[in-house]
Design a protein around this ligand. Structure first.
Ligand SMILES: [Zn+2]
Length: 238
C-alpha cells in the first residue's frame, strides 16, 4: 500500500465529512422555519401598516365630523340665546329663528349620522388589526423559538467541524506538499473525490476498466509511487 495515497484517502474522508456537515449546517430545517416565520412577520407588519393608514384616514374624518357638530352646536346655542333671550319681540323674526334652529338641528343630525357611518367602518378594521397583530406576535414567537433551536443545532455542527479541522491540520502536517496540491486541485476538479480506489482493474472514480497495458504499468510501479487513473486523472489507491 502506498502510504502517501493512504494519507490522502484519510484526508479525503475528513474533507467529505466536513462537506456533509457544512451541507447539513446550510440546510438545517430550523433555518427554513426561521425564514418562514420572518416572512409571516413581514406580511403582518405590511397589513398593519395598511390598516393603520386606513384607520388614520377614517379617524381624521371622524374628527372633521365632530368639529362640524361642535360648530353647529355652538351656532345653535347662539340662536337659542337670541330666541329665548327676550330681546326679539317680532313674531316673524321669532319664527325665522325657530326655523333656523330646526334646520341647524337637522344638519347636526346628518353630520352625526355620517360620523356614525365612519365609526362603523372603523369597527371591522379594528378587528382586522387585532388579527394581524396576533399573527405578528405568533410569528415572532415561532421565529424566536426556531432561532434558538437553529443556534443550538449550529453550535453542535460547528463543534464537529472544529474537531475535523483540528484532525485535518494534524494529518496535513504529514502529507507531502506536492501530493497535497495535486489532491486539492483534483478535489476541486472532481467535486470532492480526488483519490479513487483501484479494484478489480477498475477505477472507483470514473468506473472505467483500465487498459491492460496501464494496469501492468501500475502493478510494476514502486509501492510508494503516486499513480493516476489514465482515464480520469484521479489519484489511485492500490
Ligand atoms: Zn478513473
Amino acid at each position: 500500500m502506498d502510504g502517501a495515497v493512504q494519507e490522502l484517502l484519510a484526508l479525503q474522508a475528513l474533507d467529505t465529512e466536513a462537506d456533509q456537515l457544512r451541507h447539513r449546517l446550510a440546510t438545517l430545517p430550523e433555518r427554513a422555519e426561521v425564514d418562514a416565520a420572518k416572512l409571516v412577520e413581514a406580511q403582518a407588519a405590511d397589513s398593519l401598516a395598511k390598516i393603520d393608514e386606513q384607520r388614520h384616514a377614517l379617524g381624521r374624518e371622524v374628527k372633521r365630523f365632530q368639529d362640524e357638530t361642535a360648530s353647529i352646536t355652538s351656532h345653535m346655542e347662539e340662536v337659542e340665546a337670541t330666541l329665548y333671550g327676550g330681546t326679539v319681540r317680532s313674531p316673524k323674526e321669532l319664527t325665522d329663528l325657530q326655523s333656523e334652529l330646526n334646520s341647524l338641528k337637522r344638519h347636526r343630525r346628518d353630520v352625526e349620522d355620517q360620523e356614525l357611518d365612519v365609526m362603523e367602518q372603523l369597527e371591522p378594521l379594528d378587528a382586522e388589526r387585532e388579527k394581524a397583530k396576533a399573527a405578528q406576535v405568533e410569528a415572532a414567537e415561532r421565529r424566536e423559538n426556531a432561532t434558538a433551536r437553529l443556534d443550538a443545532a449550529s453550535e453542535v455542527l460547528n463543534g464537529e467541524l472544529e474537531g475535523l479541522s483540528a484532525r485535518r491540520a494534524e494529518l496535513v502536517a504529514h502529507v507531502d506538499a506536492s501530493a497535497l496540491s495535486d489532491y486539492e486541485r483534483l478535489r476541486a476538479q472532481f467535486g470532492g473525490v480526488a483519490v479513487a480506489q483501484l479494484s478489480g482493474g477498475r477505477c472507483s472514480g470514473c468506473h472505467l476498466s483500465l487498459p491492460a497495458v496501464d494496469l501492468d504499468q501500475i502493478k510494476r510501479a514502486p509501492a510508494d509511487a503516486q499513480v493516476s487513473c489514465p482515464e480520469c486523472g484521479r489519484l489511485l489507491a492500490r
